[in-house]
Design a protein. Structure first.
Length: 230
């Protein structure tokens, strides 16, 4: 009896794993060709607000193809978030090693998320901070790098990243912060948007703090060395 139960449990787990793999793979393949009308996190935040019965501000979101987004913004996010984007396959193990060394030596915490990892998080997963979400993020990262090219990853990232103040994606951020379209962003504006990405709900592109301005200056200096993905 016990042996039959264990066999049944193993079969159920195997079927669940196969189902999860199949569903997530179909999702990634579908978004290689279709632009998302919304992100999982947008739905999640609305659901949480409804559950807690607190006011919810609808997210501003408008898809723009990568050709309709300023090349300066591409270069700015590469300089700020992932300078080895074109060379890695989803995980920047050098940054991961440096982050672990900082934790071990108690120098503080530094992010090691690549643009691919952030895209997986923004598009497919809620903003909850759990170990399960990190595992899911890693799984989606692997599949995204297998199925999409770098251009599609960058395009998806620029359209789904949270830029604070209820703005999702480059177009919404450009309109909210600078009253222009995403393709009209200047190098200085793009660097400022990239500068607030690590903490878009605390830092502001309209009234930037000295720290944000310092980050903007550093990003501007590095942008010219970043590629343009077209």
């Amino acid at each position: 009896m016990k042996k039959k139960l264990m066999t049944w449990i193993k079969k159920v787990i195997a079927r669940l794993v196969i189902a999860v793999v199949a569903v997530t793979f179909v999702q990634v393949v579908a978004f290689k060709f279709f632009n998302p009308p919304f992100t999982v996190n947008m739905v999640y935040e609305k659901a949480i607000a409804a559950h807690k019965k607190v006011p919810f501000k609808s997210r501003s979101y408008e898809w723009k193809d990568i050709a309709q987004i300023s090349v300066y913004l591409q270069q700015a996010v590469l300089a700020s978030e992932d300078q080895r984007f074109m060379r890695h396959h989803g995980f920047d193990f050098r940054e991961i090693r440096l982050a672990l060394e900082d934790i071990i030596t108690r120098k503080g915490f530094r992010g090691a998320s690549t643009i691919t990892m952030q895209t997986a998080r923004s598009l497919f997963l809620p903003s909850s901070r759990t170990f399960t979400r990190k595992i899911a993020e890693a799984w989606y990262t692997v599949m995204i790098e297998l199925v999409w090219d770098k251009k599609r990853i960058m395009e998806m990232y620029l359209n789904t990243v949270d830029w604070g103040r209820a703005n999702v994606g480059a177009q919404a951020a450009a309109r909210a912060y600078f009253s222009c379209d995403a393709n009209a962003l200047t190098a200085q504006q793009a660097a400022l948007l990239a500068a607030i990405l690590p903490s878009p709900h605390k830092w502001c592109a309209v009234t930037p703090s000295p720290h944000v301005l310092q980050r903007q200056t550093r990003i501007l200096g590095q942008m010219q060395n970043m590629p343009i993905i077209q």
